[in-house]
Design a protein around this ligand. Structure first.
Ligand code: F6R
Length: 606
């Protein structure tokens, strides 16, 4: 995360930058900073903590000038303090930049720069880019930024300026960047709401684009300097809709953010070229002989996939518990236990208490957590952040898929470190994980969405629903049922497909929609046998199948297709149509999907 802004025009830059940053604080508030230029010099002011700290400082002693850049930080490399705050500058202070993303090869680049005599002020990956630009700069800022970025691997939205140029140069790979076009003034930001007070004409900057802004307007090029055409769009959203990114609800916005959220989860951890996983945690991978996973609700279902992945890939025995049970059942914990908390908020009291229980028994603790700086992250030995970004819709969507993504990383990493996976197996899984954001983006195509909508409308009056799945997709059934019941208030149950005949089969009649996850897997034939059992009793089967599986489509009244993928990553891909089915059912029924009745986003009571 992190939010960035840029401005060039006739207005007071400090005011525009602070106004933009105030709309981006949801992207992080570890620190904030701005740099403002007046044509002769550029002054930087930055402060740890929320934007209000910086604003108070600037009110007492303003920065004057009519172009500049700004940043609000969600710390990744380097603790949140004044020095690690953005903007970062070169040693002589001539070049100033803000960055959102992660520079994956920064250590290697930094080592080279240190050898060549550069002196660093901060511990951030971003400062490395400022030094690279300084090295390549020979009077042409645009060229220097382009040359520097050719050496960089990773994700960035980068905004750079130089004291001698009334010019702003920006570039984007992965991290979002939008440009606002005003009358004789230009703006940049991570997100539309930051600019709406000034303009509604926006250009969405694409991956691999560079933008050059000055008083005459803007140019967009590719990374080779060739001109690129991007159309400006008029944004019609009101301020609230803008915060929802133009979607009707936060939940839908967050469903659509999943490719980006997953990229962020995987970023810097998948080492594609080396076919390895590297994790930013201090856990000794051989220091335990059992794992306890503790979580609630959707996070628990992510843990259910996690158990499957960890046992299969790392061959460590895993126990999985609902946190409210774990904390009171006197679990058998030893100093050879790794206890893993899974939580979006990092505040769920049962999960936190469960971890305290495990810690008291001598366990080492690890969090798979979204919210930076939350209670769990402060108490646990290690945190593997999922980096999904803020989740506002009460029903968890992108946090779920990112949690499962984090479990995949952890399981492959443990398999690699403990030697339960061969180099080839690790490389194959790294490749599968690498493809995930794209696969999830494919599940969100207009055609697939329209199909889920049709199915949701057809069955929206059902009183009950049954969800079935097997193996690594058994949790997908549970998560699908939870999503449906919490936002549409339709009763939904989930079962392991093979368990159905031991009871729930009695529920089946011609009114009961039964959603069966039947994507490609080694258990597909068995799942299809369970489908036949439902059909034989008049149940209405909605099958989730892999693209191209027309043979099995004949067993269903309705089919939803998902892109074909490795079975071990399929719970992430398959979660998306489940979320959409719940979403469209609830919206057809006119429910408030973002704030379902009786629920809270963060459950800090028992
Ligand atoms: C369901 C949902 C809840 C949460 C649960 C745990 O959509 O969001 O079931 O998953 O309350 O919350 P966290 O992950 O914050 O610990």
């Amino acid at each position: 995360m992190c939010g960035i802004v840029g401005y060039i025009g006739p207005r007071d830059a400090q005011e525009v930058l602070l106004s933009g940053l105030s709309k981006l604080e949801y992207r992080g508030y570890d620190s904030a900073g701005i740099a403002v230029g007046d044509g002769q010099q550029i002054a930087v002011r930055k402060k740890a903590g929320k934007l209000a700290n910086l604003a108070a400082d600037l009110e007492a002693e303003p920065l004057n000038g009519s172009f500049g850049i700004g940043h609000t930080r969600w710390a990744t490399h380097g603790v949140p303090n004044d020095v690690n705050s953005h903007p970062h500058t070169t040693e002589n202070g001539d070049i100033v930049l803000v960055h959102n993303g992660i520079i994956e090869n920064y250590l290697e680049l930094k080592a080279g720069l240190l050898q060549r005599g550069h002196v660093f002020k901060s511990d951030t990956d971003s400062e490395v880019v400022a030094h690279l630009i300084e090295e390549t700069y020979q009077g042409d800022l645009e060229k220097a930024v382009r040359d520097a970025l050719h050496q960089v691997r990773g994700a960035y939205a980068l905004v750079v300026t130089h004291k001698d140029h009334r010019q702003i140069v920006a570039a984007r790979t992965v991290s979002p960047l939008v440009m606002g076009v005003g009358e004789g003034e230009m703006f940049l930001a991570s997100d539309v709401p930051a600019l709406l007070a000034y303009t509604r004409q926006m250009v969405f900057i694409q991956d691999g684009d560079m933008v050059i802004l000055d008083d005459d307007g803007y140019r967009i090029t590719d990374m080779q300097g060739q001109p690129v055409q991007r159309e400006a769009e008029t944004i019609e959203w009101d301020a609230e809709a803008a915060e929802k990114g133009g979607y009707d609800t936060y939940m839908l916005k967050e469903i659509f953010e999943q490719p980006q959220a997953l990229s962020n989860t995987l970023l810097g951890r998948l080492k594609g070229e080396e076919g390895r996983v590297e994790l930013d945690i201090s856990l000794d991978p051989t220091s335990f002989d059992r794992i306890h996973i503790v979580a609630c609700g959707t996070a628990y279902y992510a843990g259910m996939v996690g158990k499957y992945l960890l046992e299969q890939l790392a061959r460590v025995p895993v126990e999985l518990d609902v946190a409210s049970e774990y904390r009171y059942r006197q679990p058998l914990v030893t100093d050879k236990t790794l206890a893993i908390a899974v939580s979006q908020s990092g505040e769920t009291i049962d999960t936190l208490e469960g971890m305290r229980e495990a810690k008291a028994g001598g366990a080492r603790t690890l969090g798979i957590i979204n919210a930076k700086g939350s209670s769990m992250t402060r108490e646990l030995d290690d945190t593997l952040y999922i980096h999904a970004g803020p989740e506002i819709g009460v029903a968890s969507t992108k946090a779920y898929t990112s949690m499962v993504g984090a479990f995949l990383l952890l399981a492959v990493w443990l398999g690699q470190q403990r030697g339960t996976l061969s180099r080839d197996e690790v490389a194959r899984l790294v490749q599968s994980a690498h493809d995930l954001p794209q696969l999830v983006a494919e599940t969100l195509s207009d055609e697939r969405l329209a199909r889920v909508q049709e199915v949701a409308q057809k069955y929206h009056q059902a009183r009950d629903y049954l969800f079935l799945g097997r193996g690594v997709n058994n949790p997908t059934a549970y998560e699908g049922a939870l999503k449906l019941k919490e936002i549409s208030y339709i009763h939904a149950e989930a079962y392991a497909a093979g368990e159905m005949k031991h009871g729930p089969i009695a529920l089946i009649d011609e009114h009961l929609p039964v959603v069966v996850v039947a994507t490609e897997s080694r258990l597909l034939e068995k799942t299809i046998s369970n489908v036949q059992e439902v059909r034989a009793r008049g149940g209405r089967v909605i099958l989730l199948l892999s693209d191209g599986d027309t043979d099995n489509a004949q067993h269903a009244e309705d089919v939803l297709y998902v892109p074909r993928c490795d079975e071990l990553i399929s719970p992430i891909v398959n979660a998306v149509p489940m979320q959409l089915l719940a979403y469209y059912t609830a919206s057809t029924l006119g429910k408030d999907v973002d704030k379902p009745r009786n629920l809270a986003k963060s459950v800090t009571v028992e």
